[in-house]
Design a binder for this molecule. Structure first.
Ligand code: IPM
Ligand code: MG
Length: 356
């Protein structure tokens, strides 16, 4: 297992360090894991004036999987757009063809009070958001700013999806639904957008190959509402890049603990980039208070989706549940009666809990 480790910026390095400890422990126990580190985002800019340095991209291309921390920070906010840390992320997704972004929103029993919603609305919540990641208005051409005929400036972007792009993400979605609750809700804006009309048509075509999956469709505005009204109606949510960006942030907050949620971005060969869904949190960087669990859980997703090592995935997830049961909490998920620990201690505790 060749893993490219890209810590990035802000809290990235300290949380990735904890995940690396977990991987090292798995490697001592027999998995053949090789890791190599490289800079991305602001760190890439600092090292090579490029948020995705050529060497970093080459390392990621040669690896089977990528473990990423987070990118971005105030220091880089004034750079011209191609140099901004987010561009490193968008480019690595595109370059590696990582079109399928899996963002689970799972409520840990031990953290049921962390949600801002009533406990009965979110108890037992387990949603998988599948976001298309390499198309849509994020990458559509043409885009830019131009002068209109009356001399005014105008900004424009292009939302588009080809049939094949929709088909491949829908196939991933139905495949995931089959391993879960067998329900898939496709989210679009087909009452307004032509892109969405085609999206819906193609999803319905693909559904013919998955007669065992219950398919529904929802407009994105309604989906945003239903997510806070009755989130447990959802099993798998399938949607495009832009809607998925927004709905996945919303869904993450249902669990109350954005510091707990991992993600996977996969290509057609199940090569994947794994990262926590939270950002680089520059305000708490370097202070040993960040929650490393989302990054550690990202390595569990890596074992499952890229390496097919289900036992290792379950082992990591069980270790995380065990430390939560022990009452260990980083500041973001701390409540009275629990033991507050730092980033390092949390990482060590998970490694210790990997024993069984
Ligand atoms: C995400 C982020 C990125 C996105 C940004 C940082 C480019 O919000 O991964 O959800 O919009 O995809
Ligand atoms: Mg986002």
């Amino acid at each position: 297992m060749k893993i490219a480790v890209l810590p990035g910026d802000g809290i990235g390095p300290e949380i990735v360090r904890q995940a690396v400890k977990v991987l090292k422990r798995l490697s001592r126990d027999g998995l053949k894991i090789e890791m190599e580190e490289a800079p991305i985002g602001g760190a890439g800019y600092d090292a090579a004036q490029d948020p995705l340095p050529q060497k970093t991209l080459a390392l990621a291309q040669a690896a089977d999987a990528v473990l990423l921390g987070a990118v971005g920070g105030p220091k880089y906010d004034t750079l011209p757009r191609p140099m901004r840390p987010e561009q490193g992320l968008l480019r690595i997704r595109k370059e590696l063809g990582l079109f399928a972004n899996l963002r689970p929103a799972l409520l840990y029993e031990e953290l049921a009070n962390a949600s801002s919603l009533k406990t009965e609305i979110v108890a037992g919540l387990d949603i998988m958001i599948l976001r298309e990641l390499t198309g849509d208005i994020y990458f559509g051409q043409p885009r830019g700013t131009r002068k209109t005929d009356n001399g005014e400036r105008e900004g424009f972007d292009t939302m588009k999806y080809s049939e094949s792009e929709i088909r491949r993400i829908a196939q991933v979605g139905f495949g995931i639904a089959r391993k879960r609750g067998r329900k898939l809700c496709s989210v679009d804006k087909a009452n307004v957008l032509d892109t969405s009309i085609l999206w819906r048509e193609v999803v319905i075509e693909v559904a013919k190959d998955y007669p065992d999956i219950e398919l529904s469709h929802m407009y994105v505005d309604n989906a945003a509402m239903q997510l806070v009204r009755a989130p447990k109606q959802f099993d798998v949510i399938l949607t495009g890049n832009m809607f998925g960006d927004i709905l996945s942030d919303e869904a993450s907050m249902l669990t109350g603990s954005i510091g707990m949620l991992p993600s996977a971005s996969l290509n057609a060969a199940n090569k994947g980039l794994y990262e926590p869904i939270h950002g680089s949190a520059p305000d708490i960087a370097g202070r040993n208070v960040a929650n490393p669990l989302a990054t550690i859980l990202s390595t569990a997703m890596m074992m499952r989706y890229t390496f097919g090592e289900e036992a290792a995935a379950v082992r990591i997830e069980s270790a995380v549940k065990r430390v939560l049961k022990q009452g260990l909490r980083t500041a973001d998920i701390h409540e009275s009666g629990m033991k507050k620990v730092g980033t390092e201690e949390m990482g060590e505790a998970v490694v210790a809990a990997l024993h069984a």
